[in-house]
Design a protein around this ligand. Sequence first.
Ligand SMILES: Nc1nc2c(ncn2[C@@H]2O[C@H](COP(=O)(O)OP(=O)(O)O)[C@@H](O)[C@H]2O)c(=O)[nH]1
Ligand SMILES: Nc1ncnc2c1ncn2[C@@H]1O[C@H](COP(=O)(O)OP(=O)(O)O)[C@@H](O)[C@H]1O
Length: 198
Amino acid sequence: MGKGLLIVLSGPSGVGKGTVCNELRRRLPDLVYSVSATTRNPRLGEENGVNYFFKSREQFEEMIANDQLLEYAEYVGNYYGTPRDFVEATLQSGKDIILEIEVQGALKVKSKFPEGIFVFLLPPSLDELKGRIVGRGTENQATIDHRMSVAADEIGLMENYDYAVVNDEIDQACHRIQSIIVAEHCKIRPRCEEVAAR
Ligand SMILES: Nc1nc2c(ncn2[C@@H]2O[C@H](COP(=O)(O)OP(=O)(O)O)[C@@H](O)[C@H]2O)c(=O)[nH]1
Ligand SMILES: Nc1ncnc2c1ncn2[C@@H]1O[C@H](COP(=O)(O)OP(=O)(O)O)[C@@H](O)[C@H]1O
């Protein structure tokens, strides 16, 4: 059995990563979602082990020390990281896995898995982005301002990604990502390597 695809989805806060991921998981039941660890507080309705593994700073730092994370980063005052074993076991079993992570972490994953597929989700506009974060109603004003200032830097790193997908309509955005996954599965990798070697 071949290895599964490792798909990384990034994009600024409020662009719709969570919404798009949930819809993709509904449409593609075989797609595995990597549940991250974080030190941020759970939002209303978020469940430990489903949305995130919620950890104290001490617990998170222990995971770092024990090399349990494939990557981790600090984002707006909190740690976020990807549990390593789950990702590796999923890929070995031949299944595709999606990591919804921010840009610094994505670049670390890219250095370890250059064969990964890196997708950047873009808002139709920065005004619409701000409207979505405010509309979600989960962040206070200071956090919204901080996240918006990080958004510009994140979009500046988009050129490190393979694909840019605009999340104008959820249905369209998911359709584009599904098309990318199908195309990647159809790739004739040996031929690509042969061509590159010429
Ligand atoms: N590096 C890294 N970033 C993560 C991880 N999990 C989530 N993130 C990112 O951390 C950022 C903040 O996540 P969150 O607080 O849930 O806010 P949201 O993106 O607005 O829903 C987002 O860009 C997430 O994609 C992870 O395991 N590693
Ligand atoms: N294509 C879209 N059109 C309009 N609103 C959207 C769209 N995608 C997501 N949203 C809304 O934007 C807000 C932020 O989405 P969310 O998935 O939480 O973003 P992220 O995980 O990137 O921070 C949510 O209220 C969500 O319902």
